[in-house]
Design a protein around this ligand. Sequence first.
Ligand SMILES: [Zn+2]
Length: 303
Amino acid sequence: MRAKRAKSYRKAMQFYQQAFGFREPYQILVSPDFILAGVSKQVPVKARLEEAVQGQAKFLVTHCGISELLKTTSEFRTQAIAASKEFEKRRCPHQEPIPGLDCVREIMGDENKNNYCVAVQDDDLRAKLRTVPGVPILHVKQSVVVLERKSQVAKDASRQMEKDKLGLSELERSMLRAVKKQANEARNEKRKKKKKTAGPKGPNPLSIKKAAKKPQIPVKAAKPSQEKSASNASATVPVVATSGTKRPRSEGETSVQTAKAATVSGNSATSEEGAKHKRKRNRSAKNRGTANDSAAASQAPSS
Ligand SMILES: [Zn+2]
């Protein structure tokens, strides 16, 4: 079987599973005319039927069907009887056998309560079965077993069953539709807004930083030379420090500064301690003088 057809058959059987509760192994009710058609075209009926329903199956034939095969005058009678013996016997309410097709029609009824698939060649019976919701119909066509497309009745029935499951009235359904529509519109508007904000966004601050960093990368690359120059400079610094000319000067300056600070604090003191301050001033003046002397002394060797 081609992959495409197998896929469509699998989908069809999934539909029957979901809508009508079909389960594997599927029960296939086989009519005597199907058995005869299959045998006459040398079709391995069981294997082809299982292929058509894309799953395991149980094959059923009614007593009326078997008795019809026993009575037939077809040249394929013996093969047909042999094939039917491989199927399970399905009890039917007919003490006196009736035509096989009529028996199948009766068992199926108007609802297919047993979830049977039906393998049948007769056009009239197939047409009748299409009016029963949820009946997978199979027939032999040019030595291929074909699964019919699901009928409109089956589609309508499954739709109705879904509605019944929801248990909504027509008014409730219309309200539900309106709510769904509103929700969809709101969602669409949100999406549009999102798109708008996504478009003309300002530049990403992170990206700006990266852009600023990029020019520094060549500087980093040029660092080794800088480091060399820096190391050279640092090498020169200790030479200056060891010369001992600048450091003493800075120390002298700081001592002067501290003396100044002391005088400032002395000025800010209260009038009662005026005499003490005068003494302090004298001392600080002396210090200043010594500091100046020391500074002069430190400057002298440098010059
Ligand atoms: Zn019967």
